[in-house]
Write a protein that binds this ligand. Sequence first.
Ligand SMILES: Nc1ncnc2c1ncn2[C@@H]1O[C@H](COP(=O)(O)OS(=O)(=O)O)[C@@H](OP(=O)(O)O)[C@H]1O
Ligand SMILES: Nc1ncnc2c1ncn2[C@@H]1O[C@H](COP(=O)(O)OP(=O)(O)O)[C@@H](O)[C@H]1O
Length: 200
Amino acid sequence: MSKENIKKHHFKVTRKERQQLNGHNSFLIWITGLSGSGKSTIANGLEEYLHKIGVRTYVLDGDNIRHGINDNLTFSPEDRSENIRRIGEISKLFIDAGCVVIGTFISPYQKDRQKVKRIVAPSNFVEVFVNTSIEECERRDVKGLYKKARSGEIPNFTGISAPYEAPENADIEIKTETEDIEEAIFKIADFIKEKLKYNE
Ligand SMILES: Nc1ncnc2c1ncn2[C@@H]1O[C@H](COP(=O)(O)OS(=O)(=O)O)[C@@H](OP(=O)(O)O)[C@H]1O
Ligand SMILES: Nc1ncnc2c1ncn2[C@@H]1O[C@H](COP(=O)(O)OP(=O)(O)O)[C@@H](O)[C@H]1O
């Protein structure tokens, strides 16, 4: 659609001023991995930690978003891309509002994760790859979805009947089969320590 007749407004209070008020920078921590890899568990622990130290946070989670704003999208490759594009735009708004956003989405396609990075600006994007093997995810089968995927009840299931393109250059990689939740939180917290600091 042409944007010819739509002009952007510029409001007086800026992102920088909101960050200053909060006393920290705002950016996106993008957690990608297979279903059951540990994304939500890690996001939950990380948010709790950041909240305790006075950081304004917000978690955007796959299951939750797909119950609301993205409830019209399926798991086809096109709809997954549109899902991730919208989350990128939502993340940008939250970053503008001064929040540290934690996004937990399977986001199986490299090109879609790169798109989010472009939408929010590369310097505002921290990629975390929760690297748990498909065998372990299936063994956990937290929601019983792998069983349904194996029986054919759920088509296009990531790792079984739909692809997952692992990140090649993630900022942080977490192997949940050998690292516990505390180690994962520490790793992320340590990586973002400098990024959080608000500079005049
Ligand atoms: N076909 C298929 N493939 C993968 N996942 C499925 C599917 N159908 C339903 N679910 C449930 O949806 C959650 C993933 O949603 P996402 O928005 O993160 O997926 S995606 O990024 O658009 O690929 C995912 O949540 P997590 O287990 O937390 O990853 C599943 O509970
Ligand atoms: N080191 C770990 N980090 C995260 N989750 C782990 C770890 N070890 C075991 N788990 C378990 O794996 C499961 C991951 O589920 P969940 O966080 O919902 O995954 P996802 O959001 O990726 O679908 C939980 O039951 C969690 O307790």
